[in-house]
Write a protein that binds this ligand. Structure first.
Ligand SMILES: N[C@@H](CCC(=O)N[C@@H](CS)C(=O)NCC(=O)O)C(=O)O
Length: 232
């Protein structure tokens, strides 16, 4: 049995970590049996980050290596009849969302004072006292350091959101009128693309990223298509 170790679901999403949600979407796409186990302290994970999985006697960390492992071990082929070129483009979209747009999303949740209260409530309200007062500011401090070292938070809010909005425009242009990123059937990359877009679109705070996706009908319909197909 596969066990997916991930954060507690939040914001009405399967997971508020887009990397965790990507793995869960993939498990559903691949029709694999799995269970989930909530870990709220990432320092307990093999790489200090979530998600990770156990699959029989193996432990695999990092969503990319998890998908690779599951694909090979369980002989999953979600990419039938898709050209190498279309898969390469889909791969580039995933990389853009994971390595670039992600930081705009992180900024909106953890740094922007307008939306931090919603994040704090959604992620930490279940903690007992006094942890409910201590953990959010410790976790926020850690994210502040990460996003500063990565570089994104050295810009002002308008520029940070512009970076994410440009990525949303690119994803929307590449999706165009396809049902899925590489055509009329889902491919493995749709797991990540859906997880990253839904993580901005579905939470309640109307961040600039959410507002922008809302005005991209093809992305809204895409998220709904993926949700209906795998989570209804
Ligand atoms: N490259 C990793 C990234 C995972 C990741 O960044 N996870 C974040 C949550 S979205 C995390 O656990 N961060 C905890 C930390 O950095 O302390 C993957 O694809 O799984």
């Amino acid at each position: 049995m596969i066990t997916l170790f991930q954060y507690q679901p939040a914001f009405g999403l399967p997971n508020a970590s887009p990397f965790c949600m990507k793995v869960e979407v993939f498990l559903k796409m691949a029709n694999l049996d799995y269970k989930t186990k909530v870990i709220n302290d990432p320092s307990k994970a093999p790489n200090g980050k979530l998600p990770y999985i156990s699959d029989e006697n193996e432990t695999i960390a990092d969503s990319a290596f998890i998908l690779q492992h599951l694909t090979n071990k369980h002989k999953i082929d979600l990419n039938q009849n898709i050209s190498d070129r279309d898969l390469a483009i889909a791969d580039a979209v995933v990389r853009m969302l994971e390595e670039h747009y992600y930081w705009s999303l992180v900024y909106s949740r953890w740094i922007d004072e307008r939306y931090w209260p919603a994040t704090k409530k959604s992620f930490f309200a279940g903690l007992p006292l006094p942890l409910r007062f201590i953990i959010p500011s410790v976790a926020r401090g850690k994210v502040k350091t990460q996003i500063f070292q990565q570089g994104t938070s050295r810009h002002n809010a308008d520029k940070i959101y512009q970076l994410g909005i440009d990525d949303i425009n690119t994803a929307s242009s590449i999706l165009a009128d396809n049902d899925f990123i590489a055509g009329s059937e889902p491919c493995v990359h749709d797991a990540a693309i859906y997880a990253f877009l839904a993580n901005a679109l579905h939470p309640e705070p109307n961040t600039p990223l959410k507002e922008h996706i809302k005005h991209k009908p093809n992305l809204v319909e895409y998220c709904e298509r993926m949700r209906t197909r795998y989570f209804s």
